[in-house]
Every structure is written in structure tokens, then in C-alpha cells.
Ligand binder design. Sequence first.
Ligand code: P6P
Length: 303
Amino acid sequence: MAKACVRIGGFVRRAGLKDVKAFVEGKNGAVNVHGEEQAALDDAAHEVCVKELIQGGRCAWIASEESEDIVTANVDGRIAVVFDPLDGSSNIECGVGVGTIFGLVDVGAESSPEHVYARPGRDMSTVGYVLYGASMVLVLSFMSEDAHGGVCAFTYDADRDAFVLTKRDIRIPESGNVYSVNQANYKKWDDATRAYIDECASSKSLRYIGSMVADVHRTLLYGGTFHYPACSSNAQGKLRAVYECFPMAAIIERAGGLAISGANDSVLSFVPSTAHSRMPFHCGSARDIERLDEILSSEVRAG
Ligand code: P6P
């Protein structure tokens, strides 16, 4: 995945150049309007990840945001890899940080496609993301209890063509002064969500980039919360459980934070019904998410 992300970083840096579609497809001179160019980047990022995983030989199944079906990789593989190859790609044209989100699941021998997604998020053995921002940063965590290092960050050094360890055992602050949500959806949320966001708005700053990897990375380093709640237009929320919410929730919780989908509902306990199931998503500093859970639970009791 790291090797694939280095190539994807190359695509992102060239976005907007007239030859970007040609560049990603190895042809010359193709010029595209924005929509086609973005779709070309999404597809190219997906293809690069699939190719690397097949070449690696250990991956049996792939679940990708860019493929409706589960991709068969290697018949004797024992792991499955899930990814959103280029999350937030609609932001590329204005230079906002976008990312690749991924997770690994040990499926063992004789596995089948549903073993990839029909399981709780806490089954993920390794989770990570790459943020294509001012620098290219890989954040990674091995989830087994005895794994050392917690959440680590690596910065890509082009001179060495390698990701270099820059932060070890990242810990999210217990609480933060920033909340991150698309406030435009305020009227579509339920009362409890509005009550919590009102409380945040009275004492914190709102920062919302609209690119999950960038918003969660800031939350991980500076503290606070990131939310994509259920709303009247997205009853299950917008974000995908398997390849967006699970890896991000696992990283935040490994760093000492919390991630919930509702009152007393841990994100990592959810069992999706499809590879593309959506779920409401709240993550961030433990004290801030505990306060949200308290408000959501009181509404449930009152309800
Ligand atoms: P909205 C990007 O399209 C994305 O999937 C996430 O990266 C981001 O957090 C979210 O959607 C933004 O959605 O509805 O606020 O524009």
C-alpha cells in the first residue's frame, strides 16, 4: 500500500496539469474537463492499489470504494485489504489535502468475499492512511494488543524514495478546542446531535476541510472531534463503514481517543451488511466524545 500511495501522490501533484489523465494512463496529451479528470484519478488510484496488492501475493480479497464488487486478488492469499484509494478527490482542484485510507483483515485460508466486510471493525489487524498534503504522511497502526509503537507517522522523503518515521506512539489530546462537522446539515440532524454541536459552537472553533483524511489527521494531532452524523438526507450517514470509518476509528482509539456511531455504539463494534454500508461517525478526544455519548444517551432515555 505504501508503494501504491507514493504513485498516487505523484498523480495528485500533477492534478490540473493538462496531461494528468495521460500521465496516469501512460498516454500523451489527453486533456479532460474537471469531472473526467477527477474520475480518472480515482480510477487510477484504485488500479495502482489493486496491482500492487496482486503483485504482493499475500492478499486474497480487495474491497475498494471504486469497485462495486469485491476484487479477487490471490487465491492462496490469507489477508483482505480494504481501501478508499483517493478520499476527498473532489477537493483536488483547489489543492486541499486528500488521502488514501486502508485496512487489513486476516481472513485465513478458504475465505470468501463476505469475510472481508461482514465482521466488526475491531477485526482489522492493521490500519492506516496517507495524507497528500504539504508533505506526504503515512499514519499506521498495528492493532494487535502486543504490537508496539501505537500509532506512528512516516513522512515521505523523495531523495530516499522512502517513508521515514517522524512520530512514534501518537496520543490524541484528552480534549480539544476544535470541532469539525458540515454545519450546513444542522437542520437535518436529530435534536441530540444539534444539542451537542450547539455546546461546541459556544466554546470551540469550527474547522471543516471536507476531506476526511485531512480533518481526522488534524483531530488526531491537535485533539477535538470530527463528525459525519446521520441526517434526514443520509439516514445512515455518508461515510462508508469498511474503508473509511473502521480504519479511522481504529487509529483514533489506538491513540487514546474514541469513535462512536450513536449512543453507546462503538464504531468498531458495527457489523456491515455490505462492503459499501454507510454509518454515522463521530470520533476524537475521549472526553469530548464521552460528552457527546452522554447527550445522545440522555435523548435515548428521554425518547
Ligand atoms: P460533505 C469526501 O467526499 C468525503 O467522502 C469525505 O472525505 C468528507 O469528510 C465528506 O465526504 C465531506 O462530505 O457532505 O460535508 O461535503
